[in-house]
Write a protein of this length. Structure first.
Length: 261
């Protein structure tokens, strides 16, 4: 079996699947460039719990965890089968590594189903979710990923879903892509240079070391999933970068593939 990469996806706004001005086709292109997984374990920025929970739902509900959007969006269903055995295995691995975890049935929030709809539109890849802990730091989520590494040997792709920059208060929804705040690129350039250098220590200390870190992430729940994906990656991972642009002045969308050497 081909050893799988891990991914970090910038899932953008909930309207991504229905907005032709947003980078939808790129997600489909990405799915064509990575091995097809037997199942997916998704860590989304939108399922936050005090300690790790893995979803054992067999038919996960499509959760529309937003309001004030077009009716068309609320009519979307993503009927992928669940992966309860993957969830139970993930929880067991976490517990074995000193990270107390439990299971419960939970649906797919938009951080999970939006990118999955674009990457696997036939909803034929089983998917389970694992929650994040927003009160915990990057190191905690990196440790989560390390504990989940063994899943890749079972054909499970670990995916973190969030946003490489996420400050809605700094967003200007009338801005054009050309109007991007230059500080966005300064932050993403720093982050990607550290990823390319495998400088894990600097990345885990990003809030102190990265330029404009607090501006790009006033709260860091949308970045925490990248550390889980990074933790689950091989030590000698190859780095693939799919830059999708910056929208609304301050919201950059970049996908990362942590491949096998």
């Amino acid at each position: 079996m081909t050893r799988l990469p891990t991914l970090f996806l910038s899932h953008g706004a909930p309207t991504l699947p229905i907005d032709p001005s947003m980078p939808r086709a790129e997600f489909a292109a990405l799915s064509g460039h990575v091995p097809r997984p037997e199942a997916i374990l998704m860590l989304s920025a939108h399922w936050e719990t005090a300690h790790p929970l893995a979803s054992t739902a067999t038919e996960p509900e499509t959760i529309h965890d937003f309001y004030g959007f077009p009716r068309q969006l609320y009519e979307i269903r993503y009927p992928a089968p669940g992966a309860p055995e993957v969830a139970r295995r993930a929880a067991a691995l976490l517990n074995e590594n000193g990270l107390p975890a439990e299971t419960e049935a939970h649906g797919l929030d938009h951080g999970a189903w939006v990118p999955m709809l674009l990457m696997f539109p036939h909803a034929d890849v089983p998917v389970a979710q694992l929650s994040i802990q927003p009160h915990m730091d990057a190191a905690h989520h990196f440790r989560l990923g390390r504990a989940l590494r063994a899943l890749k040997d079972d054909g499970v792709m670990v995916i973190g879903s969030g946003q490489i920059t996420h400050n809605l208060r700094a967003a200007d929804f009338s801005a054009r892509p050309a109007d991007a705040d230059p500080r966005v690129a300064e932050f993403t350039d720093w982050f990607e240079a550290r990823l390319a250098a495998h400088d894990i220590d600097a990345l885990l200390d990003y809030r102190r070391q990265a330029p404009h870190a607090a501006l790009m992430h006033p709260t860091d729940e949308h970045l925490l999933p990248v550390f889980a994906a990074l933790g689950a990656a091989d030590d000698d991972y190859t780095l693939g970068i799919q830059s999708l642009g910056t929208y609304q002045k301050a919201l950059a969308m970049t996908n990362y593939v942590f491949g096998t050497a």
